[in-house]
Design a protein around this ligand. Sequence first.
Ligand code: ATP
Ligand code: MN
Length: 423
Amino acid sequence: MRIYIQDALKKTGKIQVNGWVHEKRDLGKIRFLLLRDITGIIQITALKDKTDKKVFDLMDNLSGESVVCVSGELKPSKQAPGGKEIIPEKIEILALAGEKLPVDVSDFSKTELPKRLDYRFLDLHRRKIQAIFKIQSTISTAFREHFIKKEFIEFQPPSVISSASEGGTELFPVKYFEKSAYLAQSPQLYKQMVACSMEKAMTITPVWRAEKHNTIRHLNESRQMDIEIAFSGQKEVMKELEEVVQDIVKQVIEKNKQELEILGVKLKVPKAVYLSYEEAIKKVKSKFGDDFSPEQEKKLCEMYSGDIVFTHSWPSAIKPFYIMPQNENENSKLSEGFDALYQGVEISSGGQRVHLPELLEKMIKKKKLNPKNFKYYIDSFRFGAPKHSGWSIGLERFTQALLGLNNIREACLFPRDRDRLVP
Ligand code: ATP
Ligand code: MN
C-alpha cells in the first residue's frame, strides 16, 4: 500500500515514499532533497560517510520534478519541514525529468500566466496551483452534496443543441450529420423541463459562449452549477443560493486549511444582503435600465464587505426573455430576476421563469426574437407546467471570486478562450 507523505510524517522507523523532486541542496558532505506528493513535503537527508555511495551520487544527478521512490529510516529532525526526515537507504528513479524544465515550477516562480498555461501539465506540479484545484473540487462537491441532501435530482443536459436557448450571446456552430447545430450556451430549457416534471433539479455542466471578448472574468468554455425548483419564486431561490454559498465556504474553510494557507487566503462565511435593483442603483449612482459596470459591482460589494449582495427585481428590459415580468404582465417594467455579487463580481444570475406559453411568446417578440425559433421551448409549457425559478453559478467565476484570483484562467484547468485551444 502506498503511503502518502502527510501520513508518513506521523510515523517513525522504516518507510517508503513516492514523490517528485521538489528541491535539492548540496552542502558537499551532506545532501538534502525535498520530496513532494499531493499531500505534502518531506526531507531526505544523506550524509556522505553514512550513506551508500550509489544513493549519495544519485541524489546529485536527480533533475528537478523527477519522480522517485525513496526507502529509508524516518527520524525526528527539528529543522526539517514536518519535523521529520528520511535517512535514505535506497532511491529508485521512476521517471526522470528532462534536465531543463520549460517553465519554472518552484514556489517562487514568476512565469507569466500565458506561458504557464502553455505548459499547464507542469504548472500543475506547483503547490499553489494544486491548492486552487483542490479547493475547486471542494466547491463542486459541496455544491452537489448540499443539494443531494435536499433531495434535488442531478440531471445531465445535452451539450449539442439545435438552436439558441437564450438569444443574445453567440453560439459555436457544430456539424451534426446533415443538420447544423450548436454547443449549448446554457442548460436553461432542459433544467426547466426537469423542474416542471421532477420539481427540484440540479446540475454541474459545461457551457460554451462564442463571445469574442477577452476579459479576465470570461471564458469561452466554462462550467455552471445550476438549480431549478418548481412552485417557487425569486425569493426562495435566492435563499437557496445564500445557503449553498455559505455551505461551500464553510466546507472550504474546514477541508482546505492547508491550501488556503498556501494561497494566503483568509475566508469567512458570508452573510447575505438583499437590495432591490432600484435600491442598488441609488447606492452606486447608476440610472434605471443600466446594468452595473464592473466598478459598480465592486463598489456594491465593498459596502457590504465580504457578504453576498443580491440585487433583485431587475428591469425586464435588461433580463432575458424567459425571466418572469412582475405580476405576470408583459408590460411590467420590473421582473422577477436577480443577480448575486460576491467579492466584487457577479457570481450568479437567476429568477422566476415565464411558464405561461402566451406570455412567453410575447416576451420573445418584445426582445425582437422570432417565437418560431423557440417552438419546442414554448410548447414544453403547454401541458401542465407550474411556476418555477432557478439560477446559475459559474464554477470558475466563483472560484476566482472566492480566492481573489486576478484572472479567471487561473481557476480553469485547461482554459478555452479567444486564443487558446491547447493544451
Ligand atoms: P457577465 O455579466 O458576468 O458576463 P452573464 O450575465 O452574461 O455574465 P449569465 O448568463 O448570467 O452570465 O451566466 C450565469 C453565471 O455564469 C454568471 O453569473 C457567471 O458566474 C458565469 N458566467 C457567465 N458567463 C461566463 C463566461 N463567459 N465565463 C465564465 N463564467 C461565466
Ligand atoms: Mn448574469
